[in-house]
Design a protein around this ligand. Structure first.
Ligand SMILES: [Mn+2]
Length: 298
C-alpha cells in the first residue's frame, strides 16, 4: 500500500458514545481543511460519508446502547473500506466514535485480509456489556473485534469472520492506565502487545517502531486506530472524553508518521473528536495540519 493514495470515508456517528457530539467530526474535519492539507502531499479521493447516527438513550438495551446502529454504521464503513482496498488505495476513516474501527477492520476482512491492528487510544476499549454499566459501545470496540465473552453478536459479526482479530494481531498503544485497572489487566491476560504512554514519552519514534515491528510480524498488513482521547486534553482539547494525562500532539504525530510509512500499513481511523469541545477556531485546523503532515511524511 502507498500511504500517498488515501480514500476518505466519513462516519458521522455517535451511536457508541455517551452523548451526541462526535457525529459532527467528519464535517468539522472537512471544514478545517483536512482533505486539502492532505492533498498537498498525497493523492486524495473522497468517498463522502456513510449514513450516520446521532446518539440517543437506548432504554431497550441500556448495557449495549444503539447496538443496531453501531453495527449498521460499521458495516457501511466496511463496504467502502473494502472497495478502497480493492482499488489499491488506503482508507482513511473519519469517525465518529471508536466503533467505526470495527468497520475498518471488517472492511479489511471483506477484502480478503487478516490484518493486524495498532490501537492508539486513551484506553483499549476492552469493556463488554457485562463489565460496562454505562453501556456505551465505544468503550467496547476492541473487545468485540476479539470476540470476548459477553460481547454482542450483531457487533462482533460485522465482518465475514468472527472474531475479526486474534490477540497476536493486536498492539495496544499509548494509554496511561494505572496498574490494577480492569482493561490493563485484560491486556496482560490476553497477551496483547502493549506500548504504554511512558514508553512513548521516553522516545515516541522508538515506541512506534516497536509497535510497527510487532504489527508487521503478525500479519500481511496492519491498520491503525487513533482515538484523540490518547492526547492530553489541556494540550489538544479535541476529545469527547477529556483525559488529564496522555500523549502530546507531537508524540502522536511522530507515532502516526512512523506507522503509516510501513510498507504493510493498510488504513487508519481517526475517532472521538467532539467539535463542541473545541475552545476556539484554531485548534482543529492546527490538528488537521499536524495530522496531514504525519500522514504524508517520508
Ligand atoms: Mn476509544
Amino acid at each position: 500500500m502507498d500511504h500517498r493514495q488515501w480514500t476518505v470515508v466519513g462516519a458521522p456517528s455517535s451511536a457508541g458514545a455517551h452523548t451526541p457530539g462526535v457525529e459532527r467530526a467528519p464535517a468539522a474535519l472537512r471544514a478545517a481543511g483536512l482533505l486539502d492539507l492532505l492533498r498537498d502531499g498525497a493523492d486524495v479521493e473522497d468517498c463522502g460519508d456513510v449514513p450516520g447516527f446521532r446518539w440517543r438513550p437506548d432504554p431497550a438495551y441500556p448495557r449495549g446502547q444503539n447496538a443496531g446502529a453501531v453495527a449498521a454504521v460499521a458495516s457501511a464503513v466496511a463496504d467502502r473500506v473494502a472497495g478502497a482496498l480493492g482499488r489499491g488505495r488506503v482508507p482513511l476513516v473519519l469517525g465518529g466514535d471508536c466503533t467505526v474501527t470495527v468497520g475498518l477492520v471488517a472492511g479489511c476482512a471483506r477484502a480478503g485480509m487478516s490484518p493486524a491492528l495498532v490501537y492508539v487510544d486513551g484506553g483499549p476499549d476492552l469493556y463488554t456489556p457485562v463489565t460496562r454499566a454505562n453501556g456505551n459501545l465505544d468503550a467496547m470496540g476492541l473487545a468485540h473485534m476479539l470476540g470476548l465473552p459477553g460481547t454482542l453478536p450483531e457487533v462482533a459479526g460485522v465482518g465475514p469472520v468472527v472474531p475479526l482479530l486474534s490477540p497476536q494481531r493486536v498492539v495496544v498503544y499509548g494509554d496511561s492506565l494505572p496498574r490494577g485497572d480492569h482493561e490493563r489487566e485484560l491486556v496482560a491476560e490476553l497477551g496483547l502487545a502493549y506500548v504504554p504512554a511512558d514508553e512513548v514519552h521516553a522516545d515516541a519514534r522508538a515506541a512506534a517502531r516497536r509497535a510497527r515491528a510487532v504489527a508487521e510480524g503478525a500479519a500481511d498488513g496492519f491498520v491503525v486506530h487513533f482515538d484523540v482521547d490518547v492526547l492530553r486534553f489541556v494540550d489538544a482539547p479535541l476529545a469527547d472524553v477529556p483525559e488529564s494525562s496522555g500523549l502530546s500532539l507531537d508524540e502522536a504525530a511522530a507515532t502516526l508518521a512512523e506507522l503509516v510509512a510501513s510498507p504493510k500499513f493498510a488504513g487508519l481511523s481517526v475517532t472521538e473528536i467532539n467539535p463542541h469541545h473545541l475552545p476556539d477556531d484554531e485548534v482543529l485546523p492546527r490538528f488537521a495540519g499536524v495530522l496531514a503532515g504525519a500522514l504524508t511524511e517520508g
